[in-house]
Design a protein around this ligand. Structure first.
Ligand code: FAD
Length: 414
């Protein structure tokens, strides 16, 4: 039976970061896949949108109801700290117009290589192809872990097995079962940051058309549930793109998503009529094109309103004008469902936050147990917020264990 001070389950960004920061030369990371960080490698289309620009105080509201839980973690190891961590290891970064931060090389592999190198420097043992099957607390404190091939013991355990989206990357929800076996409650996992599949969708022929800087609102009956701004992608089955991914966490079957194509939620009918009256001799589809609506979509909208795309504005009756206005101001889509775990970028739900101390990532049920990353009931918006939380919470879990280990050492020395 091999013994370690610390065992980390899962070699994703959260697990590897906790292995680095626990600063013990007796740390084992157990990874079920043949290589570490597979999800990190495919993140941001293999380019790795590692975090977001701006003050970290602006980050909290990007995590829905987990905003209070993430505060300490993100302040303790902010976006600036994360960038410095990698810059000091030779990686340079670039910021997009929308504030997303990527390695300048556009290679997520550079990020993974840097953390693996750092694990090596800290003498962390990485065992790949070793799925953890069971974890049991020992009466003396610490844990007994069994993998498909070995038995291990450790004093401190970090569960960083991720969520259950993109299961082919290795994160398929095992950690929930392990956490439950240690007494933790699991908030039912749901796909998040997923595309929306629309009912009676008739824009499949426009798949691939993207809309920039639009406002989307989500309605349940007469109540507005949420709204988002950003770019939208029309797909074969409905809608995707950053704006839709972010709003998908609130969407339910039967809700209505409305896209304001005018780009401002308050274009009144009078204003729209003014635009039309200044364009009397133009074709209606050209007027919509001039409002930054892609040509194919402009044609589809006017057709939906019962008007020929080539019809001149001066020949369109008032009620038809109103119908075009209604569609431009809030093109409606009925939500059939959101994409499943195979398509969702992250998982909402996971280990119940109230059972974890937010300032240490320590379990409130077992002081030798820690959690980090997406296994916790925290999911962030699109834009680098999920990797930031994975790194920050991994760092916090690791440094909390490091403090416990050095306290033990000091006690022994006294
Ligand atoms: C396509 C895609 C693109 C994304 N792009 C971005 C992006 O650009 N920016 C961003 O912020 N976020 C992005 N994300 C989300 C981000 O990648 C995750 O939130 C992040 O990787 C979570 O880190 P983690 O360490 O908690 O979990 P993971 O990265 O999921 O790592 C968990 C690890 O645990 C291992 N494991 C699971 N069960 C066991 C077991 N029983 N025994 C041993 N090991 C186990 C898994 O194999 C895996 O390697 C993207 C996600 C996807 C799917």
């Amino acid at each position: 039976m091999k013994r370690y001070d610390v065992i980390v389950i899962g070699a994703g960004p959260a697990g590897l970061m906790s292995a680095i920061y626990c600063k013990s030369s007796s740390t084992l990371v157990l990874e079920k896949m043949p290589s570490p960080g597979i999800k990190l490698l495919i993140s941001g289309s293999n380019q790795c949108n590692i975090t977001h620009d701006g003050s970290v105080d602006g980050f909290y509201r990007r995590y829905g109801r987990a905003d209070n839980f993430v505060k300490y973690t993100l302040k303790n190891f902010s976006n600036k700290d994360l960038i410095s961590f990698f810059e000091s290891r030779g990686i340079q970064f670039t910021v997009t117009d929308h504030g997303k931060i990527f390695p300048r090389s556009s290679r997520s592999k550079d990020i993974l290589d840097a953390i693996i190198d750092e694990c090596r420097n800290r003498l962390v043992t990485l065992a790949v192809g070793e799925p953890v099957k069971t974890v049991e607390p020992m009466p003396s404190g610490g844990f007994h872990c069994t993998t498909a091939y070995n038995n291990y013991r450790c004093k401190y355990l970090v569960i960083a097995t991720g969520g259950k989206s993109y299961p082919k990357t290795g994160s398929s929800g095992d950690g929930y079962r392990l956490a439950q076996s240690l007494g933790h409650s699991i908030v039912t996992p749901k796909p998040a940051l997923a595309p929306v599949i629309a009912e009676d969708y008739d824009l499949a022929g426009l798949a691939g058309v993207s809309l920039q800087d639009k406002t989307v609102s989500l309605w349940r009956g007469n109540k507005k549930i949420a709204s988002e701004q950003g770019s939208i992608l029309l797909t074969h089955t409905g809608l995707s793109g950053p704006c839709i991914l972010n709003i998908s966490r609130y969407a339910q079957h039967g809700d209505i998503l409305r896209i304001d194509l005018a780009g401002s939620a308050c274009l009144s009918f009078t204003q729209f009529k003014d635009i039309l009256s200044k364009s009397n001799n133009l074709q209606i589809s050209t007027v919509l094109r001039n409002m930054n609506i892609p040509r194919q979509l402009a044609c589809a909208i006017v057709t939906k309103a019962g008007v020929q795309p080539s019809q001149q504005v001066n020949s369109i009756k008032k009620d038809m004008r109103r119908q075009v206005y209604e569609l431009v101001g809030g093109l409606p889509f009925t939500v059939k469902s959101t994409g499943g775990f195979d398509e969702a970028i992250v998982t909402a739900g996971g280990v119940e936050r109230t059972e974890i101390t937010a300032r240490t990532m320590q379990s409130k049920l077992n002081p030798n147990l820690f959690f980090a990353g997406e296994i916790i009931d925290v999911d962030g918006d699109e834009g680098g917020y999920n990797l930031q939380f994975a790194f920050s919470s991994g760092m916090l879990a690791g440094s909390s264990i490091s403090n416990l280990l050095s306290n033990e050492k000091n006690c022994r020395a006294e």
